[in-house]
Design a protein around this ligand. Structure first.
Ligand SMILES: NC(=O)c1ccc[n+]([C@@H]2O[C@H](COP(=O)([O-])OP(=O)(O)OC[C@H]3O[C@@H](n4cnc5c(N)ncnc54)[C@H](O)[C@@H]3O)[C@@H](O)[C@H]2O)c1
Length: 320
């Protein structure tokens, strides 16, 4: 079987895990190179992957690869993805695929007519909880309210971007993925606490069918919380993504007389699944499971949110 020749760009916090997943797909992926700009990362990459070429610039290996994983800081994504597409390489780019609507428009133009796979790393779509709950969620009777928390104590990471680009993008993408009611308008407020960028955000989305969502993200919180709650006339459903539990409080009583049912779901290796889908799409010439349009829509919601935070005014959503 033909193997996909790959390079991983960026050997930082997440790049290390991507390299591990390339190794885990030896039968379909040939690990050609790690591209890391700085010496400390290059040394670490060399120690952990002695048989892989370690280089500092993608141009050094562009003719030796079929595909690349872009796991560099968000501010570099646009230029790297553009370069890879222009060289007709398949691309897996970590979220966000680019930094703003302006770059998104340019990427869409560059990608037009290219016969390559472009997958975006919206890894939060891979929770087993969504598989279990999809049927129930899609049958929700509007209007419903969604409430999402994604907060954690300060970790000092991803400070090249604000908390909306780093964390809220997961939840804005989940809103598009899980619910058929599309966002119409965003009203958001934020705080700069520890960096000169937004460290905390309260995002309110008006959705179709009189539904709404309230997303809270923060990177300077007192404790870690990651959960999603849906409240409708059928009851309340809470998914704790931190403890992998689902709590269901319906409008009826369960067989054992209780009002709340608790269920545990399995934790999955999202990155492993993402790699598997990517190689399959490349080898079988199939569209990416999470493609450029998904990535650009998430970037647009981020852009709307940031505009609302800057202006203290509601911003209309205009999805592609
Ligand atoms: N899907 C998720 O859940 C998830 C989780 C964490 C991070 N991410 C995303 O992954 C990306 C990387 O995050 P991270 O936490 O690993 O960052 P990081 O800062 O730890 O690592 C980035 C690495 O890229 C290197 N680098 C910078 N410019 C480069 C270039 N032009 N060529 C090659 N190497 C370069 C840096 O030296 C660094 O080692 C970000 O876009 C982030 O949003 C996604």
């Amino acid at each position: 079987m033909k193997k996909v020749r790959v390079a991983v760009l960026g050997y930082g916090h997440l790049g290390k895990w991507h390299c591990q997943k390339v190794d885990a797909h030896k039968e379909i992926a040939e690990f050609v190179a790690i591209v890391e700009k700085f010496p400390a990362g290059q040394e670490a990459a060399k120690a952990n992957h002695p048989n892989v070429r370690i280089v500092s610039d993608i141009k050094e290996v562009i003719n030796d690869i079929d595909a690349a994983f872009v796991v560099t800081p968000t501010s570099t994504h646009f230029e790297l993805v553009k370069y890879l597409l222009e060289n007709n390489k398949h691309v897996f780019c970590e979220k966000p695929v680019c930094s703003n609507d302006d770059e998104a428009g340019k990427l869409a133009e560059i990608a037009k007519g290219k016969n390559v796979v472009l997958q975006v790393g919206h890894s939060e779509r891979f929770h087993e909880a969504w598989d279990k709950l999809r049927e129930r969620m899609q049958k929700l009777t509007p209007p419903f309210t969604v409430r999402i928390n994604r907060v954690a104590p300060f970790k000092g990471r991803a400070t090249d971007v604000d908390v909306v680009q780093d964390l809220a993008i997961h939840d804005l993408d989940l809103m598009l993925y899980l619910f058929k009611q599309k966002p119409l308008e965003v009203t958001a407020r934020g705080q700069r606490i520890r960096t000169n960028k937004w460290d905390h955000a309260n995002i309110y989305l008006s959705l179709e069918d009189k539904c709404d969502a309230h997303i809270v993200v923060g990177r300077n919180s007192v404790k870690e919380m990651r959960d999603l709650e849906v409240i409708s006339r059928e009851g309340m459903l809470t998914i704790d993504l931190f403890t992998n539990k689902i709590y269901d409080a319906t409008n009826t009583t369960f067989d054992d007389g209780s009002f709340v049912k608790e269920e545990v779901y399995s934790k999955r290796d999202h990155l492993l699944l993402e790699h598997g889908h990517f190689y399959k799409s490349v080898l079988e010439s199939k569209p990416a499971i999470i493609g450029l349009k998904d990535g650009l829509n998430a970037v647009h919601l981020v852009d709307c949110t940031l505009k609302s935070m800057e202006t203290h005014a509601p911003v209309k959503v205009n999805l592609g």
